[in-house]
Design a protein around this ligand. Structure first.
Ligand SMILES: *Cc1c(COP(=O)(O)O)cnc(C)c1O
Length: 439
């Protein structure tokens, strides 16, 4: 059967009549790689299925949440039971307390936690709290780290360490962006220089401890320790944005792996089990400033929604109670990366493979990638050829060189074998592209 996206192409055109760009989140539009996004009809286990009848082995996992695989029967079971009890009450439930307790047990730096609906809300609220707690206005973020789409964090790198941020999007007031300082990830000297100049005004440093939004980048040994030390030295809060890495690189997140205690942590993705839920939490003394315990206002009509809490609870219970869950999925991830890397090397491609727990990434670059600048050196045109070849082979990767990939507990050895074989064919197309380039 030949691969076609005929129905998806028509659906995309129709969607564009009603929805800007045809999608409700920009990266889904395939703008980075070109072509038509498959419109998805259903998902189960390691597979997603589009309306054209194509099946794909899925390494996007709804951008991270689906760590147990799609439509996990136990998660669906809990959800169905919750559904029978009604979908939302706007009043406290036992589910919220139970999920809060499970997260606090998993992530010891979190002593109190507040649920919200998206990662964006979590980081936005954490920043407000940090500013209220420290009575300072400036924040530091890292180029290439994504924390959601609210004004303070939609800011690009300036041209140097001490350059104040300029907005990344029209509509973000420069008065807000101007309070955001951006430095390169993995560069502790640039961070120190920023603190030297602005230290007394910096409320918080917000960081993806293992960045997954510029492709997957890993912290250099000792780097996160330095970030922790300098924030402490200047009395700024350290906010770990673990919306992606939480319950992904390990059950306790990156802070468990790297043994760092942040002041505040943002979570999302996995903790909602595929439904909209996110959270921020941290030291009791700081979190008690949140209304109604304290004066910092933050609220949400659907926050702690019973369906989202039920899916999150079922997910976290399975993650913590399945014997060696992480060990197994991490081993599978390593096997997949090694297999794809061997295929690349067979064509003489010395590409960069990164893995952090159940996340992995591949940069089409022969140079070490450790920050946004080095990530941007990747050959995007070659990635795009690889991406489309994989899609046609039935492997669904994120439609951008600058996104991470996600393994789940539902992926089988057969899936991995098929993916490695597909990558060999896809690299052949990349090799062909390079040959044409030379002529
Ligand atoms: C996905 C993500 C967010 C934003 O979460 P949304 O639920 O999409 O708003 C924030 N931070 C990180 C690190 C993320 O990966």
């Amino acid at each position: 059967m030949t691969f076609t996206l005929k129905k998806s192409t028509a659906a995309f055109a129709e969607a564009k009549r009603y929805i800007p760009g045809g999608v409700n989140s920009p990266v889904r539009s395939f703008r980075g790689v070109g072509g038509t996004p498959p419109f998805i009809a259903k998902a189960a286990g390691s597979r997603i299925y589009d309306i054209d009848g194509n099946a794909y082995i899925d390494y996007v996992g709804s951008w991270g949440p689906m760590i147990l695989g799609h439509a996990h029967p136990e998660v669906l079971g809990e959800l169905k039971e919750a559904l029978e009890r009604g979908t939302s009450y706007g009043a406290p439930t036992l589910l919220e307390t139970e999920l809060a307790r499970l997260i606090i047990e998993a992530v010891p730096s979190v002593e109190l936690i507040r649920f919200v609906n998206s990662g964006t809300e979590a980081t936005m609220s954490a920043l407000r709290l940090a500013r209220a707690y420290t009575k300072r206005n400036k924040i530091v973020k890292f180029a290439g780290c994504y924390h959601g789409h609210h004004d303070s964090l939609l800011v690009k790198a300036g041209s140097g360490a001490t350059t104040l941020g300029v907005p990344d999007s029209p509509g973000v007031p420069s008065t807000i962006a101007g309070n955001t300082l951006t430095v390169e990830y993995n560069d502790d000297e640039e961070l120190a220089a920023v603190f030297e100049q602005h230290g007394e005004d910096i409320a918080a440093v917000i960081i993806e401890p293992v960045p997954g939004n510029m492709g997957l980048v890993l912290p250099r040994p000792g780097y996160l320790e330095k970030v922790r030390a300098i924030t402490e030295q200047y009395g700024a809060l350290l906010i770990f944005d673990e919306v992606m890495s939480g319950f992904r690189v390990a059950y306790g997140g990156a802070q468990e792996v790297y043994k760092i205690t942040p002041d505040l942590t943002c979570l999302g993705k996995v903790i909602g089990g595929g439904l909209p839920a996110a959270a921020y939490g941290g030291r009791q003394e700081i979190m008690e400033m949140i209304a109604p315990a304290g004066p910092v206002y933050q609220a949400g009509t659907l926050s702690g929604n019973p369906l989202a809490m039920a899916a999150g609870l079922a997910t976290l219970r399975l993650l913590s109670q399945t014997e060696d869950f992480y060990e197994k999925v991490i081993t599978m991830t390593a096997a997949l990366c090694a297999g794809i890397q061997a295929q690349a090397l067979a064509y003489g491609f010395n590409f960069q493979f990164h893995q952090a727990g159940t996340m992995f990434g591949l940069f089409f670059s022969d140079k070490t990638v450790y920050d946004y600048n080095s990530a941007k050196q990747s050959d995007v045109a070659a990635f795009n050829i690889f991406f489309h070849a994989m899609l046609a082979e039935g492997v669904y990767l994120a439609p951008s060189q600058f996104e991470a990939a996600f393994m789940s507990g539902a992926h089988t050895h057969a899936d991995i074998g098929a993916t490695i074989a597909a990558s060999g064919n896809a690299f052949a197309k990349v090799a062909e592209y390079y040959r044409q380039q030379k002529h």
